[in-house]
Design a protein around this ligand. Structure first.
Ligand code: SR1
Ligand code: MG
Length: 397
């Protein structure tokens, strides 16, 4: 179902969310419905409506006209709800098994009504509890390979690609990433947030010209390279998982961006979780990094050889060049994300949740060293196994 009606925007209440789903005929007549606002992200309201008898749920997500994590002082476009529902629909065209079904969207109310995934758990929460999600990297690798390939100049009509890219121009949400991931953490900026004990380590980053040059190059890629439709915020809080299933949610940051960005964000958030674990329990995270890259390159390469629309596709060396740059960029993007989630705005519970203060500060110092090494060493890494060596070096200093 995909109808739209115009109305004046106002934030939904729990009762309003129930009325909407009833009006849309998503529940049977007279069903005993309960609704709770369950949003724990940085930006939106999320209502879960459940038919208590049929035990069937529906999610109503509504964008707020400001960033919830900061408050009304940070206005934010409602257009992100349209970007999100359109991205979910576009991704569903290639990998329906990895995204929630969208039942309805309304641009003027900034609402997306979708499948309830509460039989799954947000991957970040599960990873913090020590879960390993054996199929996570298989699924994420396939999701990234197919969505990137099919929305790129290699996988779709190149004129249609330009039109699709136009419909995903997302300047305000991109600016959040440009500022929060690529800029503010590397300068003395008011959005930064860190314990005073880390000041020396943080100021070292602010004064590191060599690092600044490399981050500037990565930021430039994010600003200018429109390889494919990317999710744009693929951290472990944007993934629902169980041992069998994986669903990617929240693509409100989607836009035409560089191939390596989603991979880099995913790697970074696995590494942040590894930093919070005792060494013997880190192995599954490194295995996920290896396997994501392996699955991604295998599927992307298969599609390259079988479905490519670019006349140069068979030119010797082109695929290798694309994959090499994607890898190097992903490592660099991962480094920026690790640093921002440690000292910038929007931290992660993996690190902030470490109760012992000394252990927490130590893990954060390790994160800053790891982030810096990923950025500076990215050209020298030959494989994902070498990410593990950088990690080991960073935590042993
Ligand atoms: C103001 S938004 C902060 C962060 O939340 C989102 O999930 C993105 O990661 C963004 O950078
Ligand atoms: Mg989000």
């Amino acid at each position: 179902m995909s109808i739209s009606y115009s109305s004046v925007y106002e934030p939904l209440t729990e009762q309003g969310a129930i009325s909407l789903t009833v009006r849309l005929g998503l529940f049977r007549e007279g069903a005993p419905l309960v609704c709770r606002e369950i949003g724990d992200g940085n930006l939106n309201l999320v209502f879960r409506i459940v038919d208590k008898e049929a035990k069937k749920g529906i999610i109503v997500k509504q964008a707020l006209p400001y960033a919830k994590v900061v408050g009304e002082s940070w206005p934010l476009t409602l257009k992100r709800a349209v970007i999100e529902s359109n991205a979910l629909r576009t991704f569903a065209g290639y990998v329906p098994q990895y995204v929630p079904k969208v039942y309805y969207s309304d641009e003027s109310l900034a609402i997306t009504v979708m499948e309830d995934l509460s039989h799954l758990q947000i991957a970040r929460k599960g990873l913090i509890e020590g879960k390993t999600y054996p199929l996570l990297s298989q699924h994420i690798g396939e999701f990234i390979a197919k969505t990137l390939f099919y929305t790129s100049d290699f996988g779709m009509n190149q004129q249609e690609k330009k039109q699709l890219a136009q419909s995903f121009v997302n300047p305000e949400l991109c600016k959040i990433t440009e500022d929060l991931v690529f800029t503010d953490p590397f300068f003395n900026h008011e959005t930064n947030n860190f314990e005073e004990e880390l000041r020396d380590d943080v100021e070292a980053l602010w004064n590191d010209d060599k690092l600044h040059l490399e981050v500037a190059k990565l930021k430039r890629k994010f600003l200018t390279e429109g390889d494919a439709l990317i999710h744009g915020d693929l951290h472990t809080g944007s993934i629902f998982a169980s041992d069998e299933e994986t669903k990617i949610i929240d693509p409100e940051f989607a836009f035409y961006g560089p191939f390596g960005f989603d991979i880099g964000q995913f790697f970074a958030n696995l590494l942040l979780n590894a930093l919070s674990r005792p060494e013997p329990q880190q192995e599954p995270l490194f295995a996920h990094i290896d396997s994501t890259w392996k699955v991604f390159t295998t599927i992307f390469s298969e599609l390259w050889h079988t479905n490519n629309v670019e006349p140069y596709a068979k030119t010797k060396g082109l695929l290798e060049e694309v994959l090499h740059h994607t890898f190097v960029d992903a490592i660099g993007f991962a480094g920026c994300e690790v640093i921002r989630r440690t000292i910038g705005l929007a931290h992660v519970a993996d690190l902030d949740g470490i109760e012992n203060k000394e252990e927490r500060l130590q893990a954060k110092r390790h994160a800053l060293r790891l982030g810096r090494s990923l950025i500076l060493q990215r050209q020298n890494l030959a494989s994902t196994e070498e990410i593990r060596s950088l990690f080991t070096e960073s935590v042993s200093l």
